[in-house]
Unconditional design. Structure first.
Length: 299
């Protein structure tokens, strides 16, 4: 069916947008099952494409907001879902629009939100942070990502892949890999395998006394120079705003060795460090509000 739609609407996949045709329809079923959808759920899908996943979501969810950046797909999506009342279509770049604004406009009055998406490789990490850091809470997120990203999302302290994405994913949710998707399931075939990742998002902040943006800003600053000790990476970081000596003092009071490297710190360690900075570092850091959070990075 999908090949027929491509021919009918003269669709050509664009490499720069990370577009690939998923041949195995069973993967979409696995994603929908993992989301545990019901009539009370409203779902946001980023990268609707030809609407294969959209159609399955519409069968189970109350309402679906399908977002697609490529105008070439819109005639197909409009024809498929024009008469499906529960599906709302939005053409645009999800990263250029606030998640809260889109939800308010297209899914008003919803009581439970979920996000289910086959994410384009080139925007996977920015999209994840865009949703995590939005004021809107999602009960669950199920995303297909390239295997490397899945490994980073689920990495543990001390592993080579452990970094900003691992810590952020754990801060916002309980994360697990549901299914591995071989590259042979796509056309054109990508160079890497993919994974379906499930995030059971936390109902309440993991650390209510720690500002999320400050905590993530601290983590990003530490991993900007992941091979350096914390004394050097954080003490010399313009994001933190205190001297190496003051940083060493804050680390010591938080029970963290200043000569440790960021990949050996747990999320709890970083939360203690954020509290220590809030308490002040030798009078130089009276507020963690001084930490600059400059967005996502590849850790």
């Amino acid at each position: 069916m999908l090949r027929e739609l491509m021919e009918r609407y003269d669709i050509r996949f664009k490499k720069r947008l990370g577009q690939n045709l998923l041949l195995d329809e069973n993967i979409n079923r696995i994603m929908v099952d993992s989301a545990e959808l019901g009539p009370e759920d409203d779902v946001v899908e980023v990268g609707a494409g030809l609407g294969a996943l959209t159609a399955r979501l519409a069968e189970r969810a109350g309402r679906v907001l399908a977002i697609e950046i490529d105008r070439a797909f819109m005639p197909c999506l409009e024809d498929r879902f024009r008469h499906v009342e529960r599906v709302r279509l939005f053409r645009g770049d999800a990263l250029n629009h606030g998640v809260g604004e889109l939800v308010e406009q297209y899914l008003p009055g919803g009581t439970r939100l979920k996000m289910v998406s086959n994410l384009p490789y080139y925007i996977t990490t920015p999209i994840l942070f865009h949703f995590w850091e939005s004021p809107v809470r999602f009960a669950r997120m199920v995303v297909m990502v390239q295997e490397e990203v899945a490994i980073r999302m689920t990495a543990s302290v001390g592993q080579a892949e452990y970094g900003v994405l691992s810590l952020a994913a754990h801060y916002y949710a309980d994360v697990d890999v549901v299914h591995k998707v071989p590259r042979t399931c796509f056309r054109p075939m990508p160079k890497v395998d993919s994974c379906v990742v499930r995030l059971r998002c936390r109902e309440k902040p993991l650390y209510p006394d720690v500002d999320a943006q400050v905590l993530l800003g601290l983590i990003r600053a530490a991993f900007m120079q992941r091979r350096k000790t914390l004394r050097n990476s954080l003490g010399r970081s313009g994001r933190i705003g205190i001297s190496r000596a003051a940083m060493a003092d804050v680390l010591g009071r938080a029970g963290i060795d200043p000569n440790e490297r960021p990949q050996n710190l747990s999320l709890e360690d970083f939360a203690r460090l954020a509290r220590g900075l809030a308490a002040g570092g030798n009078g130089e850091a009276g507020s963690t509000g001084s930490i600059r959070n400059e967005g996502t990075q590849r850790d």
